[in-house]
Design a protein around this ligand. Structure first.
Ligand code: SF4
Length: 299
């Protein structure tokens, strides 16, 4: 079992130190369920930015434009950017309550004392509860079988767990603030002046004020739906190809997380794909170079 979300942060494992990570992204956990070794090598050598990823990013940006409230002020420092995220999350919750839908909700939580961060693509009110919708851009002809969709399923399940932790007050502003040192994040004067121009109040311009408000408003949400959707979009046109409906199961989510955390805790090394899934290696940039697990060249 992994500890509760509000457990005191533990010291970083050798794995975290080796990968120079201070937090784990939800997409890192999801990627472990494609190939953990590939995720580790990408963390060491850098994540690629392929044409397919560029196309996916454009589709995501188009979707975001339709249901996202940008804060126009330009951040100059990390503290500015962090504050901006809090404001945009607050606007996202407002939009969700008023229109029944919002996009790009940046979410933070904790698993095993490690900081976890991610971004929920879409939230919709479904019978008063929040339904999480994750968008994935794919080529129309790609097969959407169990193996290919598993990382997306894991990602969606972890998002629901993190949102539930906030709503159930298992992960609170106090936990978040202790992890990120929110009270020490002072914003630049230039950024605050820009915020003032669009009606911002000086007394509200601290990360503590904004994040406290964000956690209060998120905790006031009515709960999440047990049904989650992974929506596959054509990467060329953005049209919906298929909706994968995922029914939440705590046992299944715990299983995925417990297994993933064994890697982050340093209890085991990164695992390559199994032999039955070694077809994935054909499209892996590390194949035959940094990773020779399934490389058959007689060496
Ligand atoms: S070559 Fe195969 S096993 Fe190795 S990292 Fe890539 S996908 Fe994983």
């Amino acid at each position: 079992m992994y500890p509760n979300a509000n457990d005191t942060p533990m010291s970083y494992s050798n794995t975290m130190l080796r990968l120079k990570k201070s937090s784990i992204r939800v997409t890192d956990i999801a990627s472990q369920y494609w190939c953990e070794k590939q995720m580790e090598l990408s963390s060491i050598h850098g994540w690629p930015f392929t044409k397919a990823m560029k196309a996916g990013k454009e589709i995501h940006a188009q979707l975001q434009e339709k249901a996202f409230d940008h804060v126009a002020a330009k951040p100059l420092t990390f503290a500015d950017s962090f504050y901006k995220i809090a404001l945009e999350d607050i606007l996202c919750i407002k939009r969700l309550n008023e229109t029944g839908m919002c996009r790009e909700f940046r979410i933070y939580g904790s698993i095993n004392g490690y900081k976890i961060a991610g971004s929920i693509d879409q939230m919709e009110l479904d019978g008063g509860k929040i339904r999480i919708i994750e968008h994935k851009t794919v080529q129309k002809r790609n097969s959407l079988d169990e193996v290919s969709t598993r990382p997306h399923r894991v990602q969606a399940l972890v998002y629901k767990k993190l949102l539930d932790d906030i709503i159930n007050r298992e992960y609170t502003f106090a936990n978040f603030s202790a992890s990120y040192g929110v009270d020490r994040l002072f914003m630049s004067e230039e950024f605050m002046k820009e915020l003032e121009k669009s009606g911002g109040q000086r007394k509200e311009m601290t990360n503590t004020y904004a994040w406290k408000k964000m956690f209060e408003e998120a905790a006031a949400l009515k709960g999440t739906s047990e049904d989650i959707t992974v929506r596959y979009l054509d990467k060329a046109t953005g049209e919906v190809i298929e909706n994968l409906e995922v029914r939440y199961s705590k046992e299944e989510t715990d299983r995925y997380i417990t297994n993933a955390m064994k890697y982050w805790n340093g209890q085991r090394e990164a695992m390559p794909v199994t032999e039955s899934e070694n077809w994935k290696c054909n499209s892996c940039r590390f194949f035959g170079k940094e990773c020779k697990v399934w490389w058959k060249d007689g060496t």
